[in-house]
Design a protein around this ligand. Structure first.
Ligand SMILES: C[S@@+](CC[C@H](N)C(=O)[O-])C[C@H]1O[C@@H](n2cnc3c(N)ncnc32)[C@H](O)[C@@H]1O
Length: 287
């Protein structure tokens, strides 16, 4: 009976031969975004990212802010687009990022060297929800781009919105994007891509071969959840397998009325609800 327990998911993945007989259930990790593998994988996707359209940015520019915080800044891709995409009075601007995965630090420094405009910004490598780095600090715009929103589990959304609220100036705006899925489709939709993969290459370094398996959408009391398994196999330059890591990752999609209720009880009002691009962009202001 779907949804599966962890053991059932594991058995299922072995049955269909996504997992190897030698893989153990205790090998499965759920902290992808804290690992060096995540930073390596995301960094290696940077050439593809450079073609990405980020619909949130137009709304950031419209706010005419003098301070911007990006949550989940990665290696600095969006911060660079923010700095280079608008005519700022740079002397009075503050561009700040916060990124959970500290393994991005060397990549950020390298990206900063390659793109001197990034000298104007800083990234704190810490968890936005728990860091003390921003105590007493507020920003005109707080941005959570690239459809990263569903990575937050639905149960912790209120704490997330309240933290954002604390660090937003009185007339500030919180902008985030999510996948464009309509409520009526959420519960019944089969988003399953099933088995998929990616070859991630970097000059002078061994290859990472990624395999993904996405389970059917699970209907939950708040909307829907998608469970994905990721296997990252890292090879040396002469193609010896060095590491094999298995991660379980979930995406939570709240039905709009449930999400809007949390937004309002966290002290926000929806000012922007834009579905004219590949993503759904929300802009929240304080009540
Ligand atoms: C999909 S990536 C997007 C990176 C970057 N914004 C971009 O568009 O290139 C989302 C990032 O959010 C980070 N993240 C997730 N939860 C976070 C948290 N609580 N605090 C800070 N960063 C977080 C993840 O580690 C991940 O690198």
């Amino acid at each position: 009976m779907y949804p599966f327990t962890l053991q059932e998911e594991f058995n299922n993945l072995q049955e269909i031969q996504f997992l190897l007989p030698s893989d153990k259930i205790s090998d499965i990790k759920s902290n992808l975004h804290e690992t060096g593998t995540w930073a390596n994988v995301f960094w290696r996707r940077r050439h593809n990212h450079s073609k990405r359209e980020d619909p949130e940015l137009t709304f950031v520019f419209q706010q005419n802010p003098s301070s911007i915080l990006e949550i989940g800044a990665g290696y600095g891709r969006v911060l660079r687009k923010l700095i280079e995409g608008h005519e700022w009075d740079l002397d009075s601007m503050r561009f700040q990022g916060v990124e959970l995965c500290n393994h991005f630090m060397p990549y950020f420094h390298r990206y900063q060297r390659d793109h001197p405009s990034l000298k104007k910004c800083d990234i704190i490598f810490d968890n936005f929800l728990t860091t003390s780095a921003f105590e007493g600090t507020s920003f005109d715009v707080i941005l959570f781009p690239m459809n990263s929103f569903p990575s937050f589990d639905f149960g912790s959304l209120k704490a997330f919105f309240l933290t954002v609220h604390r660090h937003l100036t009185k007339n500030g705006m919180f902008l985030f994007s999510t996948y464009k899925i309509q409520d009526q489709l959420l519960a019944s939709l089969d988003l399953r891509k099933g088995h998929d993969g990616e070859l991630l290459l970097e000059l002078g370094q061994g290859a990472i071969v990624a395999e993904y398996y996405e389970f059917l959408v699970i209907e939950t009391e708040f909307g829907a959840q998608i469970v994905t398994y990721m296997c990252y196999n890292t090879f040396s330059r002469d193609y010896t397998l060095e590491t094999r890591e298995i991660f379980r990752h979930t995406l939570d999609f709240g039905l709009q009325p449930r999400l809007h209720e949390i937004i309002e009880t966290s002290g926000f009002r929806i000012k922007i609800f834009d579905d004219s691009s590949h993503s759904l962009v929300y802009g929240l202001i304080k009540l």
